[in-house]
Design a protein around this ligand. Sequence first.
Ligand code: SF4
Length: 1017
Amino acid sequence: MTAQLYIAPPAAGKTQFAIERLRGVLKVSPLATTWVIVPDRLQAAAFRQRLSDAGGTIGAHVGTFGDLYKEILERAGNPVPVTSDPTIYFLIRSVVEDLHQQGRLPYYSSIRNTPGFINVLKEHFAEFKRALIWPEELVTQTLEGEPGLAELAQIYLAYQQKLQSIDWADQEGLSWLAVEALEAQPDLLNTWRLVIVDGFDDFNRTQRRALRLLADRIPEVIITLPGAPEMMRPVHSRFKHAFDDLIAEIYPEIHYLDSSPHLPAPLSILENEVFEKGTPPKVQNERIFLLEVKSPAEEVREALRWIKARIQRWHISPDDCAIFVPKAEIYSAYLKEAAAEFGLPLRITWGEPLVQSPAIAALLGLLKLPIQDYPQRLTLETIRSPYFDLSEFGLTQKDADLLELVSIKWQVVAGLEQWVSAFEGLTLTSPTPQNNAQSGQDKEPYQPSLPGGDSAAHLEVAFRTLVDRLKVTDPKLLNGWISWLEDLLDEIDYIQRCEPEVLEALRDILRALVLNETVSGSQVNDYQQFINSLQSAIEGSVYNLTDTLTQASILAARMIEGRGIRFKAVAILGLSEGIFPEIERPDPFIDEPNRLRLGLDSRIGRHQSSLFYQAITRADEALLLTRPYLAEGGEPWEPSYYWNEVKKLFPEACVRIKSDAPRSLHQACSRQEALFWAVRQGAVPQTDKKLIAQAEYVEYARQILQDRLGEKSKSRYEGNLSELSSEFSDLYGPEHVWSASRLESYGNCPHQFFAANVLNLEAKEPPELGFDASQLGTMLHTILEEVYQYAEDPNDLETVLAALPGIAYKKFASAPEEYGFRPNILWEEQQEGLIARLEKTVIELAKKSAGWTPFGFELAYGFRDKYAPALEIDTQIGRIKLHGYIDRVDRDANGNLRIIDYKTGSSHLSKGDLINGRRLQLPLYTLATSQSLKLGKPIDGFYWGINSAKAYLYLMKFKHDGEIGPEAAIDLACKHVERIVREIRLAKFPPLPPSGGCPKYCPASTWCWRYEPGFYR
Ligand code: SF4
């Protein structure tokens, strides 16, 4: 028999013809077997709907080629199970590993374990099968050729053999078996009456072979194809290609359906004239819209707005609307976000990488805890995860807060040992008193406090229970691991908390793991191997949260998926250069000459204009095209050729939307959008009370933001607490004793002072191995102080250097406990380095000390338990008291004094820092030496950078305002002290980022909007 090929332009009634023919046959022979084959499930659903709308038929099967192949094999008595995607993934991975072990994959050895490579292989094997390229044939053809292609062929052969060894088939392999069954059994399907093939614009070789065999035995095989008698237009190139193949292999009778597209005028003109030369007829256009917007994100918002308007004003069902995108990776996130904001149900055809699902990320984190030995951050994240209920082990999400405090206090970076030693230490202490919220006395937010005693012991038991549950020492078969995992997921309630689609994808992977074990033979895996296999399969899988949507919804699909289905309203996005048409690139695994030689489709010249033509002819009532006009960097983004071609036909349809242009509120698609536009335009409708309340709140926020953006802070939101000045005057009154470093802290940034000293906040730093900058500074200071103190002769360099190592090693031995840090593995080497650094600093300091003898170390003044009284400075706001420690005082033979202040770093030690009021210690210590300690007036002083082994800011040389020497520096420092204390009493705490950036230890850095990152230490 001869197949019948019916050709007509899109929307010219091909599907309608197919439906009528089907109904005609079934009317005469109601029991006849009839099949309709369409490209995918979307089209199958659409065809069934149209069939039902046309009055329905009983007994017609509607499915894909895959469904047909299964039916053929069942009827041939040879049903074959079809492998799932994860199973294929594991099979390919295992054959790749086997070949590698045999030394047969030198070319791909380095990338063999990457999920991307396995996925590329999967796609290529499917392509080979669709093109009827047998593995043995490919091996022979590539034996002498490029090594990469030869290895690809070897993997393909090994994969196919493995699949056959278990009597399974992949989706494409099913087609081979079906074709073989048809060839082997000439009587097969000879009772069928009609097969209709609708919605295709091309056919692969296997499909053509199957159609040929069907046409030989079934009375009527009808194939529809878009196009026209001549097939000469550029938009027909893809259909012409399909047409030529069908003619060459199936020899159909050709018919041209005698009907023109049923589209309204502008859409039919578009169908007829796009990419054509000549003058199109002029018509009134209310059907085609072209929108230029700033970015892909805006494209999505405008497209959804347009569709929402069609749904609400034209009363089109969401099911009758579609958005086509050329690149899902550009638009996917924007679509989900905007559809959720606009309250529009969206069904997306593409899947998301499973590894990006939050539920899967949480699960992998939990499973990796024992492998990574319970690192602080991962442990806390796992306990806080909403996907787990760990109450079975006695842990709640709030326990993560307690564990965080434990880890900071005990410097737990990672390691069970560190956690255990922290718990052991804590059980010996008393708990920190509970705050009011915990005891239920007021409504202050929950503030966790460090556990101790019984509460620490309780926490330890819970933590150990979790650890014991995750501790698996004995290797197992994969089956055993999967049972273990399933039990665990059940215990922690993961199955109830995980999204069903994600859970199903995970179950597929677990099933595939079991099957893979069956195929590859039972093999014992340790825990790490099991987790590696699981993770690798997860990385190669996708999931789709919209698969289970049941309500009427807008379809979001890739351009290729639009063929064959019709909608009332269609939006097509991405018509700018580089997005659509896509830039075509050759296949990196099989080059173009080899693809042609093997009979594979070219990757260059993919008939994109035909795809575009198919997409623009999907709309029955209205069509929207959009494009972004600004690239990410702000430069203009040129329109694509396709855009220009449509614009040529409908120039007046093109509108550019500027995102900051005023818009009518009735176009807003969400409350937040309406509010945003109304506030920006200063026209909140007085009838909408809710909007008015929201606008008032926005105004309140605007004031805050305005303050934030102002050059100078003005309000309480920027530390201006002048309304509390009397409280601050009392708090920091005449009896308050200041330290120079606190005043410097205000001088560096008043808001930092406020956060650290008034609110008593500390920056929460995750614990790290090794000492931090402040611990290092204290260590080095103390060692230097003791070295000069206990050296036989502090004036003699040799004896100072001789004393250094002994004192330093003693200090290093007690430092971790004394300063509270956990040494890292380099601690031994670091000690050597620190001693070398100290030796250098001692040598260099000796060069600056000829004639000077150190005699005072860590001299204290102004502390209750010390002899020397506070330094008192008389100022216009009264007497100000200071206390402090002076690192070192030297004396020369004439009894002159000089001050040395050690500093670990070397930043902010310049003359400018004193002038700006950010570094005050040296002149204040100089004054205290004479006034409080009564040692006499120093004639000099400097900061000594321990790391740099250099002196900074010699007081003797200091010049300012015509004054010179220590007195000038003291005078200036006292003025700063007066200014700073006055401003603190006036409660002025503006955030002023220090030059060089904000320090990472500033406790306000997590909320301060003036934060500036930098290298400041
Ligand atoms: S983040 Fe910077 S500007 Fe803000 S308070 Fe801290 S130091 Fe000041």
